[in-house]
Design a binder for this molecule. Structure first.
Ligand SMILES: Cc1cc2nc3c(=O)[nH]c(=O)nc-3n(C[C@H](O)[C@H](O)[C@H](O)COP(=O)(O)OP(=O)(O)OC[C@H]3O[C@@H](n4cnc5c(N)ncnc54)[C@H](O)[C@@H]3O)c2cc1C
Length: 484
């Protein structure tokens, strides 16, 4: 098949060898230091709740806090909200239903899907959630919304629609949004976080806050405040991998899916040829439209998400692999003859960097026990129907050893096994919402987040439409009755 030449349809000059092993050829960093002079910097704002990072967890946290009437500032280094769920092209929003089809990640998540335009979402209707009908499950299994023969609420979305809606929510809730601003250092008094310093085109500014919520995904602020973290995910594990996702436009995903479904030998041969050529070779996912294919790989291992040279190398390699994928798919894959490289994600896709140390954490052990934490702030669906839903404690948002701060999102306290699902977008909305509620309650009461009564957080979460385990709902309601 003839392939028209354009900069994105040829990979000449982008030889894998150039990048393979580049880490070994990196220039050594000089063993020198430079003493930065101390200086007075202007205070940009004083606020109740400062949320750092406008990804799924940060947007959710800011909105939840503002709904309680808190004065909220949200700082984001890029030009959009949504983090990896928009800028990272992670537009496959994982399971919000449990294995029975009940929506257990609700609250902010439900509000988003109630408001996203219909044509911005591709997923099964509510009537099919939890269905085990073979034909229905087979159909959705090629469209990211059926696992283990069960239909789940795990749609794909238009990232631009989610960006727009996120900005609407922030504006409506009167959140002070600061884009193009990178938080660089927490402001500490002893072990109490009092705000953060951020850098922008204007230089360096301080923001003072009653409560700071770290939703950077990499626990940047908590790490710099001295909070310990785990980073023990094995390099051979997919959950460790980093890559920059991309989308191919001008494709026919229905034809591609038909090929996959009806010609499994042809599909296997094609994937093998791709792997033989590139080593890292990916298949596309359905996006929210059938003329756009989503590639959330190829996954690269052995890199750190908090090492700037590693991040640079991941970008170079991901770009090279995206261009090579385009070449191969255009030449050989049914439905991809007219494909073009529509977009390389503006944000690098980090699955894991740090998981901060906290008062409590979700562990593999609790999956078997079906434990419900007394300070539960949310419930996640489990990895397979053999486990019950997973209860997430408030203590997993309370960073160890410091006061005045909370953390939510993909760096939340848990073990490596539980991180495989707690890092997903809905779970980040869920922990973000809880952190926002707690931050606003603590700021309003003038107490440290650690001193809050979990019942107060649970009551507000329920008021905001979140889902909690039935036993927690009962306890929360009887505590409220007793207080009346
Ligand atoms: C390749 C890949 C595939 C995935 N697949 C799925 C999937 O299929 N389904 C699913 O549900 N999830 C998936 N995930 C996981 C999910 O996308 C992320 O874990 C989730 O987006 C994390 O949300 P977050 O809010 O914690 O962090 P992020 O989405 O990373 O957002 C953090 C935000 O903080 C900002 N920020 C960071 N540092 C600073 C700073 N110092 N100052 C200011 N702003 C800062 C960033 O710019 C970003 O906007 C995938 C992830 C990857 C990488």
């Amino acid at each position: 098949m003839a392939v028209e030449k354009s900069i994105n349809s040829v990979s000449e000059g982008m030889d894998l060898e150039i990048f393979g092993g580049a880490r070994d050829r990196r220039r050594e960093r000089p063993v020198l230091t430079y003493r930065e002079a101390a200086r007075e910097i202007p205070v940009f704002a004083e606020t109740d709740v400062l949320v750092i990072g406008g990804g799924p967890s940060g947007t959710s946290a800011a909105v939840a806090a503002a709904k309680l009437g808190a004065d909220v500032m949200l700082v984001e280094r890029y030009n959009h909200l949504g983090g990896l769920s928009t800028g990272g092209l992670v537009i496959w929003i994982d399971r919000m239903t449990d294995w029975s089809g009940k929506q257990v990640i609700a609250g902010f998540a439900r509000e988003l899907f109630d408001r996203l335009p219909k044509d911005a979402v591709m997923g099964p209707p509510k009537s099919e959630w939890g269905s085990k009908d073979a034909a229905i499950a087979d159909y959705w299994s090629y469209r990211s919304a059926a696992f283990q023969g069960i239909v789940t609420w795990s749609p794909t979305i238009d990232p631009e629609a989610l960006k727009t809606l996120s900005m609407q929510l922030v504006t409506e809730n009167k959140i002070r949004l600061m884009l193009h601003a990178m938080a660089v250092q927490p402001i500490m008094e002893g072990n109490v976080v009092k705000g953060a310093i951020f850098e922008s085109k204007e230089g360096r500014h301080a923001v003072l806050a009653k409560v700071v919520i770290d939703t950077t995904g990499d626990a940047d602020m908590l790490a710099r405040a001295g909070v310990g973290s785990d980073s023990d995910i094995d390099e051979t594990d997919i959950h460790h991998c980093i890559n920059t996702a991309f989308m191919l436009g001008g494709v026919d995903m229905e034809r591609w899916t038909e090929f996959r479904r009806t010609n499994s030998a042809g599909f296997s041969d094609f994937m093998k040829r791709g792997r033989d050529r590139l080593k890292y070779f990916e298949k596309p996912f359905f996006s929210w439209r059938s003329d756009i294919g989503l590639f959330m790989g190829p996954r690269l291992s052995g890199y750190s998400a908090v090492d700037v040279e590693d991040l640079t190398e991941v970008e170079l390699k991901s770009r090279q692999l995206a261009v090579k994928h385009l070449e191969i798919y255009r030449a050989e894959a049914p439905g991809f003859e007219n494909a073009f490289l529509m977009l390389g994600a503006p944000q690098v896709g980090v699955r894991h960097s740090r998981r901060f140390a906290a008062d409590r954490m979700v562990t593999r052990k609790q999956w078997d026990e079906g434990k419900v934490w007394d300070d539960e702030i949310g419930v996640s669906t489990s990895l397979s129907p053999k486990w019950k839903n997973i209860s997430v404690p408030y203590g997993s948002l309370l960073p160890a050893g410091i006061e005045g701060a909370l953390g939510a999102g993909r760096h939340v306290a848990c073990d490596a096994s539980s991180h495989t699902f707690l890092r997903e977008v809905p779970q980040c909305w869920m922990t973000g919402q809880a952190a926002g509620v707690a931050g606003a309650l603590a700021a309003g009461a003038g107490v440290a987040p650690r001193q809050l009564d979990p019942r107060a957080i649970q009551r507000e979460l329920l008021r905001q439409g979140a889902y909690l385990s039935p036993s927690i709902v009962a306890t929360t309601e009887s505590a409220a009755d007793a207080a009346e």
